[in-house]
Design a binder for this molecule. Structure first.
Ligand SMILES: NC(=O)c1ccc[n+]([C@@H]2O[C@H](COP(=O)([O-])OP(=O)(O)OC[C@H]3O[C@@H](n4cnc5c(N)ncnc54)[C@H](O)[C@@H]3O)[C@@H](O)[C@H]2O)c1
Length: 134
């Protein structure tokens, strides 16, 4: 299956790093977090770090080209047409924790999509699931 669109849930240390590596490798990435402020901070960090890779000749293209492959959103539905999803959220509270669990369960439930999923939040997921069943 050809991967055209990557979705990264969470724009923190892990999510930002994953999104950066994917964009540097030439993939179009949509990164989602819960606020524009968090996304903006992450974008700044990615741009700075990508600049270092470009300076050292470790990646192809310019910083602008790499950054142009990154889309930011607070909208969870942007995951719907992704070919590959990375989960990199940190459990914050019940609302966002449940949302993260639902993201994976809803997407994986759609077998036709044959979506690949790499999950970084095993511990948080188990904790939320436990709380839900109590
Ligand atoms: N940092 C590491 O070295 C590392 C290593 C292995 C695994 N992990 C795991 O990766 C996950 C993220 O870690 P991190 O270091 O990036 O944390 P972080 O705190 O830097 O970032 C987590 C981000 O997730 C966001 N978030 C929370 N709920 C969300 C939701 N429902 N949708 C979208 N975004 C949401 C938060 O706003 C935050 O920006 C954690 O589960 C952690 O256990 C981290």
């Amino acid at each position: 299956m050809e991967i055209k669109k990557i979705f990264v849930a969470g724009a923190g240390l892990m999510g930002g790093g994953i999104a950066q590596v994917c964009a540097q490798a030439g993939y179009h990435v949509t990164m989602r977090d819960i606020s524009d402020e968090i996304l903006g901070k992450s974008l700044k960090a990615i741009s700075w770090s990508a600049g270092k890779f470009v300076e050292k000749g470790k990646v192809k293209g310019t910083v602008d080209e790499i950054m142009a492959r990154l889309n930011l959103t607070t909208d969870l539905s942007a995951a719907a047409d992704a070919d590959f999803v990375f989960e990199a959220e940190m459990y914050i509270d019940e609302k966002y924790g449940k949302e993260a669990v639902n993201l994976i369960e809803n997407i994986l439930a759609n077998e036709e999509r044959q979506l690949h999923c790499y999950e970084e939040m095993i511990t948080e997921r188990l904790r939320v699931t436990d709380e839900e069943t109590e």
